[in-house]
Ligand binder design. Structure first.
Ligand SMILES: Nc1ncnc2c1ncn2[C@@H]1O[C@H](COP(=O)(O)OP(=O)(O)OP(=O)(O)O)[C@@H](O)[C@H]1O
Length: 426
């Protein structure tokens, strides 16, 4: 049977305007067909553009180039067949549960009484019967997200878009809601044809979705488009389940040439973005790896430390960027430098970290060179901020420099004076 296309993206590109003549490319040329009847999960590293892609599909963010169609029709503004559930719930605190859910029908020309009836039905379906007149602040996080879900489902959308819908919930509440959504969808208790979910959770994606995309790179591309053929309800301990999660971990860890965002510094020296992880966290991670004393499966390691990929990948990225560890086929192991580091004294560690930092992070050696070239061995942080501002949004410039300063301080490569906002050599 031929699959019926519901949404199609053709050569979609997105650039963010960061003022002046600068525009940061976030999405490369994305070509994607989304079909009737599928549950699609979109995975990717933090900041890779997953939410941007979802918002483009929702029609909440305009494309810079390319075309998006719903049932073959290009749409201006919001996608007429889609409704969205947000990570932050995005409820109106001054409205009751019923009124919040009715907001999902705001654009409809239905009479008020019919809207009320539909909203009451949706509230029933999502398990909030009896809470119609409660206000969001009176509800738990899980119940608030159910209201968000009710507001999205009340309009009987063809496509349900969910942006990390479970990440603000505790583990059990999230698990409960995942099951309920899957049940509504699989048992056709809702007329929604297709679900698209952005998530950081590899296991969550494999548990729920029929098809998984991995987006990565800067600008982001779809690097993996994988079907999940396991029957529902899926057993998370089954070898086939674990092996798929494992495979996705490896795919997400794989760094390809040009995969990370490059920024240009004076003299056109290029460098990759650095992961947001402190030297202290990296040190602890390398010690743990040394304790394990063997090649370790990344997926099991994340599980063992009870970390989700959101927190785990930057640490792995940091360790591999500094060449203290290497990742191959989903396994991570310490390099000889990593072993030496883990076994070294505090002072020796600083020296080893310094060597790896200068050799592997061009931004660090660049800062060092600039400071060395100054007679007073000092430079205002604004100089570096300005240099980065043309390539990164302001929030990223700050976190980039915060991490560089943290690493530089730990390695005693350079220091930073918060008062004068100057980097300097000691
Ligand atoms: N309105 C905006 N203006 C400028 N830059 C933006 C805007 N929205 C997002 N960005 C930038 O676009 C990039 C992609 O953001 P996006 O939120 O789509 O990524 P993501 O993969 O969903 O990230 P996360 O997993 O952390 O939510 C990031 O660098 C982000 O800082």
């Amino acid at each position: 049977m031929n699959k019926q296309t519901l949404i199609e993206l053709k050569n979609v590109q997105k650039k963010w305007d960061v003022g002046g003549s600068n525009a940061i490319p976030v999405l490369a040329s994305i070509n994607l067909s989304i079909y009737v009847g599928e549950f699609l999960a979109i995975l990717g590293p933090s900041g890779s553009g997953k939410s941007t892609l979802l918002r483009i599909i929702a029609g909440l963010t305009p494309v810079t180039a390319g075309k998006v169609t719903y049932l073959g029709q290009e749409y201006q503004g919001v996608n007429p067949g889609a409704a969205m559930v947000f990570q932050s719930f995005a409820l109106f605190p001054w409205l009751t549960v019923l009124e919040n859910v009715m907001m999902g029908l705001e654009a409809s020309s239905m009479p008020a009484e019919a809207k009320r009836e539909k909203a009451l039905h949706a509230i029933d379906m999502i398990g909030l019967d009896g809470f119609e007149n409660a206000y969001p602040k009176e509800l738990s996080g899980g119940m608030q997200q159910r209201v968000g879900l009710g507001r999205a489902l009340v309009s009987d959308p063809d496509v349900l878009l969910m942006d990390e819908p479970f990440s603000a919930l505790d583990v059990l509440t999230a698990e409960n809601l995942r099951r309920d959504i899957l049940e509504l969808w699989r048992d056709k208790k809702i007329p929604t044809k297709t679900i698209i979910m952005v998530t950081h959770g590899i296991e969550e994606a494999v548990y729920m979705a029929d098809r998984i995309l991995v987006v990565s790179g800067s600008p982001a591309r779809i690097n993996t488009d994988m079907a999940v053929a396991l029957p529902h309800w899926r057993d998370k301990t089954a070898p086939a389940f674990i092996s798929l999660v494992d495979k996705l971990y490896s795919l997400m860890m794989k760094r390809e040439a040009g995969d990370t965002r490059k920024i240009s510094l004076p003299e056109d020296k290029e460098m990759a973005a650095i992961p947001h992880v402190s030297a202290g966290a990296l040190t602890g991670f390398l010690e743990l790896l040394e304790d394990l004393n063997e090649k370790t499966d990344l997926y099991k390691l994340a599980d063992r430390f009870m970390m989700d990929s959101e927190d785990f990948f930057p640490i792995v990225d940091g360790a591999t960027l500094l060449k203290f560890a290497k990742v191959l086929d989903g396994d991570i192991e310490l390099t000889p430098e990593g072993v030496r580091f883990a076994q070294a004294s505090v002072l020796e560690r600083k020296e080893l970290f310094r060597t790896q930092l200068v050799e592997n992070v061009p931004a660090a050696s660049k800062i060092l060179a600039i400071l060395q070239s100054k007679s007073n061995k000092r430079m205002n942080i604004e100089f570096f901020e300005d240099t980065l501002a043309s390539s990164f949004p302001p929030s990223e410039v700050k976190s980039y420099l915060d991490i560089l300063i943290d690493w530089g301080r730990y390695a005693e490569l350079f220091a930073y004076d918060e008062q004068s906002r100057q980097l300097f050599l000691e």
